[in-house]
Design a protein around this ligand. Sequence first.
Ligand code: 13P
Ligand code: SF4
Length: 331
Amino acid sequence: MSAPQRPPVGADLLAEIQRLKEERNAVILAHYYQKPEIQDLADFVGDSLDLSRKAAETDADVIAFCGVRFMAETAKILSPEKTVILPDMDAGCSLEDSCPPDQFKAFRDAHPDHIALTYINCSAEVKALSDIIVTSSSAQAILDQIPMDQKIIFAPDRHLGGYLARKSGRDMLLWPGICIVHQAFSETELLKLKAEHPGAPVAAHPECPPHIVDHADHVGSTSSILKFCAETEADVVLVATEPHIIHQMKKARPETEFIGVPGGDGNCNCNMCPYMALNTLEKLYVALRDMEPRIELSAELMDAARKPLDRMLEMSADSVGKGDVGKPVMR
Ligand code: 13P
Ligand code: SF4
């Protein structure tokens, strides 16, 4: 048996990815938390809502998804006739891991008068058990369309759910999941940075805990934070989300300094998503060459999971990847 062919290197690698992409009639979608070299060769870079919309509307035969598994699954559910490949199938998400479908079903069964508004960062099985999917871009607009007296379960991110509950004055039942990346931001390090850069605005993702969000001048999805940063006139912005997005911020506003808020004691890389980091150009090349690893889900599961995703797309039709969780609210 001949040894598997090694990926080419340097410019040859980029050229081969391009060649395979054309040969396969593939589109490359990437999330803002991907490595800069992946963002730069993708056909489209966006937040979870933008990427879902792109996946639903593309006429490519193959979607090469540079993000995490739940995002690639969403693409497959919204475009079941297409082949969806993910460079590394181990690219999971701590929020997905925090919400096993059997436990979520038991929780739903225990609260039959609640609807389940579920963050897109979950498995296809949990989506299938939900009423409406939301992203951080679409959550506020969708919540605004649900009557105030409707009881709601929000899963799996307790920080996004808590933030929305405080902002809307609703009393939602929150699943206790967290994003390990946004949970890691250090308030002490943030306060040090604020002291070093007086007046620098703080932009934070709502997956951050309240002790970070409370210091923010802008709270929103990755696309919303990017928009804020592109429009700011500040010389320095402190960024409390996964720092690979700073690549796009620098392109949008080279004259501003964007500083990623550190995690832990400031000496770790724990503000970087270890799952997103699994994707590399070499793995993307191999995935396009071998059409593996690919997302495979049963038709029955996809049909059930598509309903709450379609509801999200309908209910957020005007809310747009500009969709903004908005100005911060205090606890
Ligand atoms: P958005 O890009 O939708 O803001 O989501 C952030 C995230 O954590 C993706 O995993
Ligand atoms: Fe999941 Fe957090 Fe990574 Fe996003 S940043 S994929 S929420 S672990």
